[in-house]
Ligand binder design. Structure first.
Ligand code: SF4
Length: 283
């Protein structure tokens, strides 16, 4: 009688566990695939997940992203240190579902093209390259010149808009989610970055930031331990790498972002890729 009672108790517990798992899975499925007419509900579910995900490792977050979205999610990579870490993790998790896209502004450093090819050779992942619209670039440089970015903030922002933001919008319009290498300690505006967020600036798709709680040292430890190819400009004093005309090496003790658009006021220094309209500020 005792044994039978124990069996019934165990079966009841198992049933309860299964029920909880199914409900959670349905909830998640609902929140991801739900009608875009209900953004509040979606945000609510994602916020709940974000709290849960904060204690998860980068690999666990990426696994969730690939399992949930499959090939409808991709990493936006500029082949900086964080991006190559994420590419390595994604390739280890599932090479067939790991998608990487990049924005070739037409003004990148040769070293960036070199690491792109080194990554392609190492992981056999096709890099999806998005270029700016030819007509938009022609119409921009004809009256304003090739080095328009140095002339005014307005010109610089126009250049970023045409060479970066528009191609990013094109890439994201095909996806249900994107993965980024944003870290909380990169700049003050990223201090509250969650590992999973709703990107209201891009139609409410999901934005996954698996390295949100990593430090720069953790990134470099991972790169060296796993012998991952990286942009050699990092060895020449470039902590953050963008386009060639707008990035320079920094001096010891300088802010890591000091080498980006160095001639501009700090408040202007964003390219618009991580603009969050819900907070009316850049991330
Ligand atoms: Fe143009 Fe410089 Fe922006 Fe690149 S970073 S898109 S070159 S303004």
């Amino acid at each position: 009688m005792l044994v039978l009672g124990e069996k019934i108790y165990n079966l009841t517990k198992l049933y309860e566990k299964l029920e909880t798992t199914i409900i959670r899975s349905l909830e998640l499925n609902f929140c991801i695939h739900m009608d875009s007419q209900s953004p509040t509900m979606t945000s609510m579910h994602i916020e709940k997940l974000a709290d849960e995900f904060d204690s998860k490792t980068a690999q666990e977050v990426l696994k969730w992203a690939l399992d949930t979205f499959g090939t409808k999610i991709a990493l936006a990579s500029s082949f900086g240190a964080e991006d190559v870490v994420i590419i390595d993790m994604m390739a280890n998790l599932d090479k067939n579902r790991a998608r990487v896209f990049t924005l070739d502004t037409g003004r990148l450093n040769q070293e960036t093209y070199d690491v792109m090819d080194a990554i392609r050779a190492r992981y056999w992942i096709p890099i999806e390259v998005y270029f700016p619209d030819q007509k938009e670039v022609e119409e921009m440089v004809r009256p304003r010149g090739m080095n328009l970015m140095y002339e005014s903030v307005e010109n610089r922002k126009l250049c970023c808009e045409i060479r970066k933001v528009h191609p990013l919008n094109r890439a994201l319009s095909t996806l249900d989610g994107w993965i980024t290498g944003l870290r909380r300690d990169q700049v003050a505006t990223r201090a509250t970055t969650k590992k999973i967020e709703i990107d209201t600036g891009h139609g409410g798709i999901v934005k996954v930031n698996p390295l949100a709680d990593w430090t720069s040292d953790m990134v470099w430890d991972y790169i060296h331990k796993n012998n991952i190819p990286y942009n050699t400009l990092h060895d020449k004093g470039f902590p953050s790498i963008g386009c060639e005309p707008c990035t320079r090496a920094i001096k010891p003790g300088e802010d890591p972002r000091a080498g980006r658009w160095w001639w501009e006021d700090a408040a202007q220094k964003e390219c618009g890729l991580h603009f969050d309209p819900s907070k009316k500020r850049h991330q």
